[in-house]
Design a protein around this ligand. Structure first.
Ligand SMILES: NC(=O)c1ccc[n+]([C@@H]2O[C@H](COP(=O)([O-])OP(=O)(O)OC[C@H]3O[C@@H](n4cnc5c(N)ncnc54)[C@H](O)[C@@H]3O)[C@@H](O)[C@H]2O)c1
Ligand SMILES: O=c1ccn([C@@H]2O[C@H](COP(=O)(O)OP(=O)(O)O[C@H]3O[C@H](CO)[C@H](O)[C@H](O)[C@H]3O)[C@@H](O)[C@H]2O)c(=O)[nH]1
Length: 330
Protein backbone atom coordinates (compact mmCIF):
# COMPACT_ATOMS: atom_id res chain seq x y z
CA UNK A 1 0.00 0.00 0.00
CA UNK A 2 1.35 3.42 -0.89
CA UNK A 3 1.68 6.34 1.47
CA UNK A 4 0.95 10.05 1.30
CA UNK A 5 3.61 12.37 2.66
CA UNK A 6 1.95 15.35 4.31
CA UNK A 7 4.32 18.19 5.14
CA UNK A 8 3.02 20.58 7.79
CA UNK A 9 0.48 17.95 8.88
CA UNK A 10 0.73 19.04 12.52
CA UNK A 11 -0.59 22.50 11.63
CA UNK A 12 -4.13 23.82 11.50
CA UNK A 13 -5.20 22.86 7.99
CA UNK A 14 -2.79 19.94 7.50
CA UNK A 15 -4.04 18.18 10.64
CA UNK A 16 -7.64 18.33 9.42
CA UNK A 17 -6.59 16.84 6.08
CA UNK A 18 -4.56 14.10 7.79
CA UNK A 19 -7.57 13.21 9.93
CA UNK A 20 -9.82 12.90 6.86
CA UNK A 21 -7.19 10.86 5.02
CA UNK A 22 -6.73 8.43 7.90
CA UNK A 23 -10.50 8.13 8.37
CA UNK A 24 -10.65 7.04 4.74
CA UNK A 25 -8.05 4.38 5.41
CA UNK A 26 -5.10 6.09 3.68
CA UNK A 27 -1.62 5.51 5.01
CA UNK A 28 -0.05 8.86 5.91
CA UNK A 29 3.33 10.03 7.13
CA UNK A 30 3.57 13.59 8.42
CA UNK A 31 6.77 15.63 8.24
CA UNK A 32 6.61 18.69 10.48
CA UNK A 33 9.24 20.61 12.44
CA UNK A 34 6.58 21.88 14.88
CA UNK A 35 7.52 25.57 14.45
CA UNK A 36 3.81 26.37 14.47
CA UNK A 37 2.29 22.90 14.67
CA UNK A 38 1.46 20.50 17.50
CA UNK A 39 2.37 16.83 17.78
CA UNK A 40 -0.97 15.98 19.39
CA UNK A 41 -2.85 17.38 16.38
CA UNK A 42 -1.60 14.47 14.25
CA UNK A 43 -4.26 11.78 14.40
CA UNK A 44 -4.03 8.45 12.65
CA UNK A 45 -0.61 9.01 11.12
CA UNK A 46 3.06 8.71 11.91
CA UNK A 47 4.74 12.02 12.75
CA UNK A 48 8.35 12.57 11.76
CA UNK A 49 9.74 15.73 13.35
CA UNK A 50 12.04 17.37 10.83
CA UNK A 51 12.52 20.07 8.25
CA UNK A 52 10.94 19.85 4.84
CA UNK A 53 14.12 21.38 3.37
CA UNK A 54 16.24 18.50 4.67
CA UNK A 55 16.77 16.61 1.41
CA UNK A 56 18.42 13.56 2.97
CA UNK A 57 15.50 13.09 5.34
CA UNK A 58 12.84 13.72 2.70
CA UNK A 59 14.48 11.34 0.20
CA UNK A 60 14.62 8.63 2.84
CA UNK A 61 10.95 9.11 3.74
CA UNK A 62 9.85 9.01 0.11
CA UNK A 63 11.53 5.67 -0.56
CA UNK A 64 11.12 3.96 2.82
CA UNK A 65 7.38 4.72 2.95
CA UNK A 66 6.74 4.07 -0.76
CA UNK A 67 5.21 7.53 -1.08
CA UNK A 68 2.97 7.98 -4.13
CA UNK A 69 1.77 11.54 -3.48
CA UNK A 70 2.83 14.58 -1.51
CA UNK A 71 0.59 17.19 0.11
CA UNK A 72 2.67 20.23 0.97
CA UNK A 73 1.30 22.47 3.73
CA UNK A 74 4.54 23.34 5.55
CA UNK A 75 5.10 27.08 5.42
CA UNK A 76 5.26 30.28 7.38
CA UNK A 77 1.91 32.03 7.03
CA UNK A 78 1.85 35.43 8.75
CA UNK A 79 1.56 38.19 6.18
CA UNK A 80 2.86 41.16 8.28
CA UNK A 81 5.83 39.08 9.43
CA UNK A 82 6.66 38.34 5.78
CA UNK A 83 6.84 42.09 5.15
CA UNK A 84 9.27 42.58 8.06
CA UNK A 85 11.39 39.49 7.31
CA UNK A 86 10.97 38.52 3.65
CA UNK A 87 13.95 36.17 3.46
CA UNK A 88 12.46 34.02 6.20
CA UNK A 89 9.48 33.51 3.88
CA UNK A 90 11.45 32.97 0.68
CA UNK A 91 13.68 30.55 2.61
CA UNK A 92 10.95 28.41 4.13
CA UNK A 93 8.19 28.75 1.58
CA UNK A 94 10.15 28.92 -1.66
CA UNK A 95 13.64 27.42 -1.16
CA UNK A 96 12.38 24.53 0.98
CA UNK A 97 9.65 23.82 -1.55
CA UNK A 98 12.33 23.70 -4.24
CA UNK A 99 14.29 21.14 -2.19
CA UNK A 100 11.18 19.07 -1.57
CA UNK A 101 10.35 19.08 -5.27
CA UNK A 102 13.91 18.03 -6.14
CA UNK A 103 13.55 15.00 -3.85
CA UNK A 104 10.20 14.12 -5.44
CA UNK A 105 11.61 14.30 -8.95
CA UNK A 106 14.60 12.19 -7.97
CA UNK A 107 12.38 9.56 -6.33
CA UNK A 108 9.86 9.56 -9.20
CA UNK A 109 7.01 10.83 -6.99
CA UNK A 110 4.96 12.77 -9.49
CA UNK A 111 1.70 13.65 -7.69
CA UNK A 112 1.81 16.86 -5.72
CA UNK A 113 -0.89 18.89 -3.97
CA UNK A 114 0.16 22.37 -2.97
CA UNK A 115 -1.31 24.81 -0.43
CA UNK A 116 -1.40 28.14 -2.19
CA UNK A 117 -3.32 31.24 -1.24
CA UNK A 118 -5.60 33.99 -2.46
CA UNK A 119 -2.69 36.26 -1.57
CA UNK A 120 -1.21 35.44 -5.03
CA UNK A 121 -3.89 37.73 -6.54
CA UNK A 122 -3.03 40.78 -4.45
CA UNK A 123 -5.84 43.27 -4.85
CA UNK A 124 -7.93 42.02 -7.78
CA UNK A 125 -10.16 44.49 -9.61
CA UNK A 126 -13.72 44.25 -8.33
CA UNK A 127 -12.66 42.10 -5.37
CA UNK A 128 -13.46 38.81 -7.11
CA UNK A 129 -10.75 36.49 -8.46
CA UNK A 130 -11.01 33.52 -10.79
CA UNK A 131 -7.99 31.38 -11.53
CA UNK A 132 -7.09 33.46 -14.58
CA UNK A 133 -7.09 36.77 -12.70
CA UNK A 134 -3.62 38.35 -12.96
CA UNK A 135 -1.22 37.21 -10.26
CA UNK A 136 0.07 40.29 -8.50
CA UNK A 137 0.93 39.52 -4.88
CA UNK A 138 1.45 42.57 -2.71
CA UNK A 139 3.46 40.97 0.08
CA UNK A 140 6.40 38.53 0.35
CA UNK A 141 4.13 35.77 1.69
CA UNK A 142 2.07 35.85 -1.50
CA UNK A 143 5.20 36.11 -3.66
CA UNK A 144 6.86 33.19 -1.90
CA UNK A 145 3.81 31.04 -2.67
CA UNK A 146 3.57 32.24 -6.26
CA UNK A 147 7.20 31.23 -6.86
CA UNK A 148 6.35 27.73 -5.68
CA UNK A 149 3.39 27.66 -8.05
CA UNK A 150 5.77 28.61 -10.88
CA UNK A 151 8.15 25.77 -10.06
CA UNK A 152 5.25 23.34 -10.17
CA UNK A 153 3.99 24.73 -13.46
CA UNK A 154 7.45 24.40 -15.01
CA UNK A 155 7.93 20.86 -13.69
CA UNK A 156 4.54 20.04 -15.18
CA UNK A 157 5.64 21.39 -18.55
CA UNK A 158 8.81 19.33 -18.28
CA UNK A 159 6.68 16.22 -17.71
CA UNK A 160 8.18 15.60 -14.27
CA UNK A 161 5.11 16.32 -12.12
CA UNK A 162 1.33 16.39 -12.08
CA UNK A 163 -0.04 18.75 -9.49
CA UNK A 164 -3.11 20.35 -8.02
CA UNK A 165 -2.52 23.87 -6.75
CA UNK A 166 -5.24 24.86 -4.29
CA UNK A 167 -5.54 28.59 -3.68
CA UNK A 168 -7.23 28.90 -0.30
CA UNK A 169 -9.25 31.98 0.56
CA UNK A 170 -9.97 32.58 4.27
CA UNK A 171 -9.91 29.25 6.05
CA UNK A 172 -11.83 29.05 9.32
CA UNK A 173 -13.64 26.73 11.72
CA UNK A 174 -12.53 23.43 13.22
CA UNK A 175 -13.35 19.74 13.35
CA UNK A 176 -17.08 19.63 14.23
CA UNK A 177 -16.38 16.75 16.65
CA UNK A 178 -13.87 18.92 18.52
CA UNK A 179 -10.92 16.52 18.25
CA UNK A 180 -8.56 19.01 16.61
CA UNK A 181 -8.64 22.73 15.88
CA UNK A 182 -6.67 25.89 15.30
CA UNK A 183 -4.17 26.30 18.12
CA UNK A 184 -1.82 28.81 16.44
CA UNK A 185 -0.29 31.09 19.09
CA UNK A 186 -0.39 34.89 18.58
CA UNK A 187 -3.10 34.52 15.96
CA UNK A 188 -3.87 37.48 13.71
CA UNK A 189 -6.78 36.05 11.70
CA UNK A 190 -10.12 37.74 12.37
CA UNK A 191 -12.23 34.74 13.26
CA UNK A 192 -9.66 33.23 15.59
CA UNK A 193 -8.99 36.59 17.27
CA UNK A 194 -12.73 37.21 17.75
CA UNK A 195 -13.26 33.75 19.28
CA UNK A 196 -10.27 34.24 21.59
CA UNK A 197 -11.83 37.49 22.80
CA UNK A 198 -15.22 35.81 23.24
CA UNK A 199 -13.70 33.24 25.63
CA UNK A 200 -11.80 35.94 27.56
CA UNK A 201 -8.31 35.29 26.20
CA UNK A 202 -8.04 38.83 24.78
CA UNK A 203 -9.35 42.04 26.30
CA UNK A 204 -10.83 43.35 23.06
CA UNK A 205 -11.06 43.22 19.32
CA UNK A 206 -10.31 45.78 16.61
CA UNK A 207 -11.97 46.36 13.27
CA UNK A 208 -9.26 47.41 10.84
CA UNK A 209 -10.93 49.92 8.54
CA UNK A 210 -14.54 51.11 8.53
CA UNK A 211 -14.31 53.35 5.46
CA UNK A 212 -14.05 50.77 2.69
CA UNK A 213 -16.36 51.01 -0.27
CA UNK A 214 -18.44 48.06 0.96
CA UNK A 215 -22.03 48.03 2.27
CA UNK A 216 -21.03 48.43 5.94
CA UNK A 217 -17.60 49.98 5.35
CA UNK A 218 -15.59 46.95 6.55
CA UNK A 219 -13.55 44.39 4.61
CA UNK A 220 -15.27 41.44 2.97
CA UNK A 221 -13.74 37.94 2.75
CA UNK A 222 -14.73 34.49 1.51
CA UNK A 223 -14.57 32.23 4.61
CA UNK A 224 -14.34 28.49 3.88
CA UNK A 225 -14.77 25.84 6.58
CA UNK A 226 -11.59 23.83 7.07
CA UNK A 227 -13.49 20.53 6.72
CA UNK A 228 -14.75 21.50 3.26
CA UNK A 229 -11.25 22.58 2.32
CA UNK A 230 -9.84 19.27 3.59
CA UNK A 231 -12.38 17.38 1.49
CA UNK A 232 -11.11 19.21 -1.61
CA UNK A 233 -7.64 17.79 -0.91
CA UNK A 234 -8.94 14.22 -0.91
CA UNK A 235 -10.69 14.89 -4.20
CA UNK A 236 -7.48 16.37 -5.61
CA UNK A 237 -5.62 13.22 -4.59
CA UNK A 238 -8.20 11.01 -6.32
CA UNK A 239 -7.94 13.19 -9.42
CA UNK A 240 -4.18 12.75 -9.63
CA UNK A 241 -4.37 9.03 -8.88
CA UNK A 242 -6.76 8.55 -11.79
CA UNK A 243 -4.30 10.26 -14.12
CA UNK A 244 -6.07 13.62 -14.07
CA UNK A 245 -4.23 16.57 -15.51
CA UNK A 246 -2.58 19.32 -13.47
CA UNK A 247 -5.02 21.88 -12.10
CA UNK A 248 -5.01 25.22 -10.32
CA UNK A 249 -8.18 25.81 -8.30
CA UNK A 250 -9.58 28.49 -6.05
CA UNK A 251 -10.96 27.22 -2.75
CA UNK A 252 -13.77 29.36 -1.39
CA UNK A 253 -17.56 29.48 -1.38
CA UNK A 254 -17.91 32.29 -3.92
CA UNK A 255 -19.48 34.78 -1.52
CA UNK A 256 -18.30 36.71 1.47
CA UNK A 257 -18.97 38.32 4.82
CA UNK A 258 -17.88 41.65 6.20
CA UNK A 259 -15.81 42.07 9.35
CA UNK A 260 -18.91 43.39 11.13
CA UNK A 261 -20.96 40.37 10.03
CA UNK A 262 -18.28 38.02 11.37
CA UNK A 263 -18.11 39.86 14.69
CA UNK A 264 -21.90 39.96 15.00
CA UNK A 265 -22.04 36.22 14.42
CA UNK A 266 -19.38 35.56 17.07
CA UNK A 267 -21.33 37.80 19.46
CA UNK A 268 -24.60 36.00 18.77
CA UNK A 269 -23.18 32.46 18.92
CA UNK A 270 -21.05 33.07 22.02
CA UNK A 271 -23.46 35.30 23.92
CA UNK A 272 -20.43 37.38 24.97
CA UNK A 273 -20.49 41.18 25.12
CA UNK A 274 -17.58 41.90 22.80
CA UNK A 275 -15.46 45.02 23.24
CA UNK A 276 -14.92 46.22 19.68
CA UNK A 277 -12.89 49.28 18.67
CA UNK A 278 -12.69 50.83 15.22
CA UNK A 279 -9.16 51.36 13.94
CA UNK A 280 -7.60 52.56 10.69
CA UNK A 281 -7.16 50.19 7.78
CA UNK A 282 -4.42 47.57 8.10
CA UNK A 283 -1.72 48.08 5.46
CA UNK A 284 -2.05 45.83 2.44
CA UNK A 285 -5.64 44.69 3.08
CA UNK A 286 -7.86 44.62 -0.02
CA UNK A 287 -11.44 45.85 0.58
CA UNK A 288 -12.93 42.63 -0.76
CA UNK A 289 -11.53 39.22 -1.71
CA UNK A 290 -13.96 36.61 -2.98
CA UNK A 291 -13.29 33.43 -4.92
CA UNK A 292 -14.90 32.55 -8.17
CA UNK A 293 -14.84 28.89 -7.26
CA UNK A 294 -16.81 27.14 -10.02
CA UNK A 295 -13.75 25.34 -11.31
CA UNK A 296 -13.24 23.43 -8.05
CA UNK A 297 -16.80 22.13 -8.24
CA UNK A 298 -16.61 21.32 -11.93
CA UNK A 299 -13.19 19.70 -12.06
CA UNK A 300 -13.20 17.79 -8.76
CA UNK A 301 -16.94 17.30 -8.23
CA UNK A 302 -16.58 19.03 -4.85
CA UNK A 303 -19.63 20.38 -3.07
CA UNK A 304 -19.43 22.28 0.20
CA UNK A 305 -21.15 20.88 3.28
CA UNK A 306 -20.60 23.74 5.71
CA UNK A 307 -21.28 26.93 3.74
CA UNK A 308 -22.74 28.60 6.82
CA UNK A 309 -20.98 31.32 8.82
CA UNK A 310 -22.80 30.39 12.00
CA UNK A 311 -21.59 26.79 11.75
CA UNK A 312 -18.03 27.99 11.07
CA UNK A 313 -18.16 30.20 14.17
CA UNK A 314 -19.73 27.48 16.34
CA UNK A 315 -16.94 25.03 15.57
CA UNK A 316 -14.20 27.67 16.02
CA UNK A 317 -15.69 28.81 19.30
CA UNK A 318 -16.02 25.26 20.64
CA UNK A 319 -12.32 24.72 20.01
CA UNK A 320 -11.44 28.03 21.68
CA UNK A 321 -13.44 27.00 24.75
CA UNK A 322 -11.59 23.69 24.79
CA UNK A 323 -8.23 25.50 24.69
CA UNK A 324 -9.31 27.91 27.45
CA UNK A 325 -10.45 25.03 29.70
CA UNK A 326 -7.18 23.19 29.05
CA UNK A 327 -5.12 26.28 29.90
CA UNK A 328 -7.14 26.90 33.05
CA UNK A 329 -6.51 23.33 34.21
CA UNK A 330 -2.72 23.73 33.87
N1 LIG B 1 -4.92 29.54 7.29
C1 LIG B 1 -5.28 30.13 6.14
O1 LIG B 1 -6.28 30.87 6.11
C2 LIG B 1 -4.49 29.90 4.89
C3 LIG B 1 -4.90 30.58 3.73
C4 LIG B 1 -4.20 30.35 2.55
C5 LIG B 1 -3.14 29.44 2.50
N2 LIG B 1 -2.74 28.80 3.63
C6 LIG B 1 -1.62 27.85 3.53
O2 LIG B 1 -2.00 26.62 4.11
C7 LIG B 1 -0.86 25.95 4.68
C8 LIG B 1 -1.18 25.56 6.10
O3 LIG B 1 -1.46 26.74 6.85
P1 LIG B 1 -2.00 26.67 8.34
O4 LIG B 1 -2.95 27.79 8.51
O5 LIG B 1 -2.41 25.30 8.67
O6 LIG B 1 -0.67 27.07 9.14
P2 LIG B 1 0.05 26.35 10.35
O7 LIG B 1 1.14 27.26 10.79
O8 LIG B 1 -0.92 25.90 11.38
O9 LIG B 1 0.68 25.06 9.66
C9 LIG B 1 1.93 25.04 9.02
C10 LIG B 1 2.67 23.79 9.50
O10 LIG B 1 3.91 23.69 8.80
C11 LIG B 1 4.93 23.38 9.73
N3 LIG B 1 6.19 23.85 9.14
C12 LIG B 1 6.52 25.12 8.81
N4 LIG B 1 7.75 25.16 8.26
C13 LIG B 1 8.19 23.87 8.21
C14 LIG B 1 9.38 23.25 7.74
N5 LIG B 1 10.38 23.96 7.20
N6 LIG B 1 9.49 21.91 7.85
C15 LIG B 1 8.49 21.16 8.39
N7 LIG B 1 7.36 21.69 8.86
C16 LIG B 1 7.20 23.04 8.77
C17 LIG B 1 4.51 24.07 11.01
O11 LIG B 1 5.12 23.52 12.18
C18 LIG B 1 3.01 23.85 10.98
O12 LIG B 1 2.65 22.64 11.62
C19 LIG B 1 0.30 26.93 4.53
O13 LIG B 1 1.06 26.56 3.41
C20 LIG B 1 -0.39 28.27 4.30
O14 LIG B 1 0.42 29.13 3.56
C21 LIG B 1 -3.39 29.01 4.84
O1 LIG C 1 -8.17 41.65 14.33
C1 LIG C 1 -8.56 41.74 13.15
C2 LIG C 1 -8.10 40.87 12.13
C3 LIG C 1 -8.55 41.06 10.83
N1 LIG C 1 -9.45 42.06 10.54
C4 LIG C 1 -9.98 42.19 9.18
O2 LIG C 1 -10.62 40.97 8.87
C5 LIG C 1 -10.47 40.66 7.48
C6 LIG C 1 -9.81 39.28 7.36
O3 LIG C 1 -8.47 39.38 7.84
P1 LIG C 1 -7.61 38.09 8.25
O4 LIG C 1 -6.37 38.59 8.90
O5 LIG C 1 -8.48 37.16 9.02
O6 LIG C 1 -7.28 37.37 6.87
P2 LIG C 1 -6.72 38.00 5.47
O7 LIG C 1 -7.89 38.33 4.66
O8 LIG C 1 -5.69 39.01 5.74
O9 LIG C 1 -6.05 36.69 4.82
C7 LIG C 1 -4.75 36.65 4.21
O10 LIG C 1 -3.85 36.00 4.99
C8 LIG C 1 -4.16 34.63 5.26
C9 LIG C 1 -3.03 34.06 6.03
O11 LIG C 1 -2.67 34.86 7.08
C10 LIG C 1 -4.37 33.82 4.00
O12 LIG C 1 -3.17 33.58 3.32
C11 LIG C 1 -5.32 34.52 3.10
O13 LIG C 1 -5.37 33.81 1.86
C12 LIG C 1 -4.84 35.92 2.89
O14 LIG C 1 -5.70 36.61 2.03
C13 LIG C 1 -9.65 41.79 6.89
O15 LIG C 1 -10.54 42.72 6.34
C14 LIG C 1 -8.95 42.41 8.10
O16 LIG C 1 -8.67 43.77 7.97
C15 LIG C 1 -9.91 42.92 11.53
O17 LIG C 1 -10.69 43.81 11.27
N2 LIG C 1 -9.45 42.74 12.80
Amino acid sequence: MSTILVTGGAGYIGSHVVQQLSERGERVVVLDNLVSGFADAVRGAELVVGNVGDQALVSRLLTEHKVDAVMHFAAHTVVPESVRDPLKYYGNNTCNTRNLLACCVEAGVDRFIFSSTAAVYGTPAGGVADEDTPLQPINPYGSSKLMSEMMLRDLGTAGAMRYVILRYFNVAGCDPLGRIGQSTPNATLLLKVACEHAVGKRPGLAIFGTDYDTPDGTGIRDYIHVEDLAAAHLRALDHLRTDGESLTLNCGYGHGYSVREVIDTVRRVSGAALQVTEQPRRAGDPPMLIARADRLRQRLGWTPRHDDLEFIVRTALAWERHLAARDAAR
